[in-house]
Design a protein around this ligand. Sequence first.
Ligand code: NZQ
Ligand code: ZN
Length: 387
Amino acid sequence: MNDFVYSYPVKVYFGTDAAKKAMSQELGKYGKNVMLAYGGGSVKKSGVYDAVTAMLREAGKEIVDFPGIMPNPTYAKVQEGARLAKEKNIDLILAVGGGSVIDCCKIISAQAKTEQDIWEMEFEEHVYPTEFVPMGAVVTASGTGAEMNNGAVITNEEKKIKTGVLGAFASFAALDPEYTVSLPARQVISGAFDTLSHCMETYFGSPRTANVSDEINEAIMRNVIRNLRLVAEDLQDMEARRELMWDSAMAENGILKIGKVTDFQAHQIEHQLGAYTDCNHGCGLAVIHPALYRHIYTGAVERFAHFAEAVWSVSGEGKSREETALAGIQALADFIKEIGLPTNFKELGIEAEEEMLRVVAGSSNIQAGCCKKLTADEIFEILMECR
Ligand code: NZQ
Ligand code: ZN
């Protein structure tokens, strides 16, 4: 167990009427001008937009719409939002959407408070923003846990980089499973797989002796797997959707990471793949995970064997630890197929030409916390096996 300091800045309202409860408690703390940020229009179709604007009006707020935040949000969209927030003297940014809308707003919140370019500041000067326009989040698509942290995943189209940028924490987050009801099946499943990926990437980070965070993590992983099976059978199983929504938050609220160095190597590869193909995040991870794990398990055989037994109920009887570890990775691969996620780039629907994969491999961050430190050549091999 490494040393740590723990405190959490996000106030979570979970469950039925969460947005209503959050707004009635929180809106009074901020000024009049609210920027209402959302995506490509699902909130208008689902009625969430009408419900949230009614709450804002009732609280006497001036609403400034900021629509059109795309999946895999771009840095150009961040700049557009920041200009609007400055021009309209925004007092509160309300992100209504999934990970993409929430992430975009985290950086708008920081960029609206400085004349310096946030990308340059963070990646060239290694200085991180400390002043933010306050923000809140109303979650309409769960899985990323983006509402719980201050890391935003942003695509810089000019630089061809999709990566984590540090921005604001939401001061409050409303998690009402009913607000996610209209999500298409593919997004529900890929979002929940993203949660499982966050758990695994945290679990396999070093140090690789289990601590209390890992044991909680095993419980969350089992819960995600059980409930993912239930929603794959019946998309409208609301009890399962509720569990998955909280699993998503649990994977990103810091608890599973306490006392650990995390891995997130699959994410680094998927993010660069996303920069070149704009693929769906959870689906990209589903393709990459088994291939990556077959390459790295040798760096942590016992840990992978324990994962097989504790999470996938693989019996270790009559098997070597290496065989047990491999059986766990196979169980993960079988599960991905069972819940209908893509198992290769063809099924993911992307053109995975060798030349592009070479560039993706060469530009993926290599994680020190990964149980086997990869080279760009190994990442390329992994990507080639995903075709
Ligand atoms: O844009 P609209 O029209 O709203 O449609 C969205 C979008 O097309 C739709 N959607 C959202 N809520 C809906 C809905 N459709 C119907 N009903 C609803 N209630 O779903 C589509 C995908 O939305 P998006 O926000 O992109 O999905 P997700 O939540 O999976 O977020 C993905 C982004 O988050 C990043 C990913 O890289 C990707 O950019 N991540 C952020 C993380 C973080 N901040 O901690 C961690 C993750 O690892 C991840 O990298
Ligand atoms: Zn993710």
